[in-house]
Design a protein around this ligand. Structure first.
Ligand SMILES: O=P(O)(O)OC[C@H]1O[C@](O)(CO)[C@@H](O)[C@@H]1O
Length: 449
């Protein structure tokens, strides 16, 4: 596999014996997961999604992606949570950091923007400014079809698009990804005749990156979605064993469980490449929504090193000893970038002349892992061979499986998210949504003048 798991920097905190003791529980979780006998078992479509999608083929997605490439200078993906994080994570992982600024011939695809993942007027206005004068395609994504943030952004952007391009052309430039039958977005798509892609019923939002949710926008910007799926399918096969010795995803899940029980209540996903920033955001939703319930669950956080070593590094080294760290490391460097030699400048760096920047970064990583472990922060390591699609597909599946197993070991339903409704109900009441009148009065009273 292109993904490897190592826990040598955590061995002072966990004895191998402790893992062995969890084997029967992991075996039970594995068997129940594969037999569909777990809480939330109507959301297990992700387990065989990679192989089944490859077997079915993705020609329809590739054809639509081609159309988008023809139609668009800029593609705007409108979605929030699982309806955008996977696509954005893969986009930033695979494509160069300044993709949108590169010339079209170099990029190969349209510029890519994300909207509907907040309710900021300024954010939306800034996006409209940058879209001005461009041929824009919208891909609005919502499984429920009722989420407020993307619905608001879609209404604003659709209105803008109709004014820019006319109603008929706007219709051609809107792609909808949603539930097969339910939701306001589905009704709107049917009424307007928008091109529609379906999110399978049995795949939850945070597990949906390998459905059209992620695949369509990724294909449109030239990410190799067949390689992405192939990597995930390879992991699906390789990780179909309950054995902790053979299954690194279960080893990771079991270690998280052990560390949590020892009082390590926060997990920091640490990365040393800016390209992994949105991957960490995807990971946070995956674990946070899956495990944070029934007053349980590790708090998933992330840090980008070495940047955050100069802001949060002090806390990690000497603050509350409730942290452990999972480092995601990309092994291969193909930048060819080295530190130039210049003996005429006295900046104290000549001893590094000729060294690759990637090597320097990795020494920082090793030094940090040792220091953090010495400071009482167990360190786990997930190594990924490179930034190619195949490897990323493996990594997506690795964490999806680990998350399901980890949630089940914790005794929660890893596939629901009842807690996110609380803020939504309050917001609907305050916004004056029909049906929430009584609640609105109560909340306004609590808020006072
Ligand atoms: O795709 P939808 O239905 O718009 O939901 C977006 C996100 O909102 C949540 O439902 C949380 O409110 C997530 O689980 C989901 O990924």
């Amino acid at each position: 596999m292109a993904v490897r798991f190592d826990w040598k920097f955590a061995q002072g905190f966990v004895h191998p014996d402790e893992l062995d003791k969890l084997q029967p529980f992991v075996t039970d979780v594995h068997q129940r997961l594969h037999a569909g006998e777990v809480p939330g078992n109507d959301f297990l479509g992700w387990i065989h999604l990679p192989s089944q999608t490859l077997a079915r083929g993705v020609e329809d997605i590739l054809a639509a992606a081609d159309e988008i490439r023809q139609l668009a200078d800029a593609l705007v993906v409108i979605g929030i949570g699982g309806s955008y994080l996977g696509a954005r994570a893969a986009f930033e992982w695979v494509k160069p950091e300044y993709y949108n600024q590169l010339p079209r011939e170099v990029r190969g695809g349209p510029e890519l923007y994300f909207a509907g993942n907040h309710l900021s007027a300024a954010g939306l206005k800034d996006l409209l400014r940058v879209l001005d004068g461009k041929r824009v395609v919208l891909n609005v994504i919502s499984k429920s079809g009722t989420t407020t943030e993307p619905a608001v952004a879609f209404r604003v952007l659709r209105d803008w698009l109709v004014r820019q391009a006319g109603a008929a052309e706007a219709k051609r430039r809107i792609y909808v990804t949603t539930d097969r039958a339910r939701g306001a977005l589905k009704q709107l798509a049917d009424a307007e005749g928008y091109r529609t892609f379906v999110i399978p019923d049995d795949v939850g939002g945070r597990y949906s990156v390998l459905t059209p949710v992620g695949l369509l926008p990724l294909a449109a910007v030239g990410v190799d979605i067949v390689a992405l799926l192939s990597g995930a399918a390879a992991a699906e096969e390789a990780l179909a064993t309950p054995s902790l010795a053979d299954n690194p995803a279960y080893r990771y899940a079991a270690l998280r469980n052990i560390l949590l029980r020892k009082g390590k209540t926060t997990e920091v996903l640490a990365y040393y490449e800016p390209a992994l920033r949105m991957f960490a955001e995807w990971w946070k939703q995956l674990f946070g929504e899956s495990e944070g319930k029934d007053q349980k669950g590790l708090y998933p956080s992330s840090m980008g090193f070495t940047t955050d070593l100069h802001s949060l590094g002090q806390y990690v080294q000497e603050g509350m000893r409730t942290l452990f760290e999972t480092v995601v490391r990309v092994v291969r460097d193909d930048t060819g970038l080295t530190l130039p030699s210049d003996p005429s400048v006295d900046d104290g760096l000549e001893y590094l002349a000729g060294r690759s920047i990637a090597w320097i970064n990795d020494q920082a990583r090793l030094g940090t892992q040792l220091a953090h472990a010495d400071g009482g922060v167990p360190n786990l390591l997930v190594e990924v061979e490179d930034r190619r699609e195949q490897s990323l597909g493996e990594l997506f599946y690795f964490f999806e499986l680990a998350c399901a197993a980890s949630g089940l070991l914790l005794g929660v339903n890893p596939f629901d998210q009842p807690g996110v409704e609380a803020y939504k109900r309050n917001m609907f009441a305050l916004l004056g949504k029909p049906g929430f009148e009584a609640m609105q009065a109560k909340l306004r009273e609590r808020l006072g003048p």
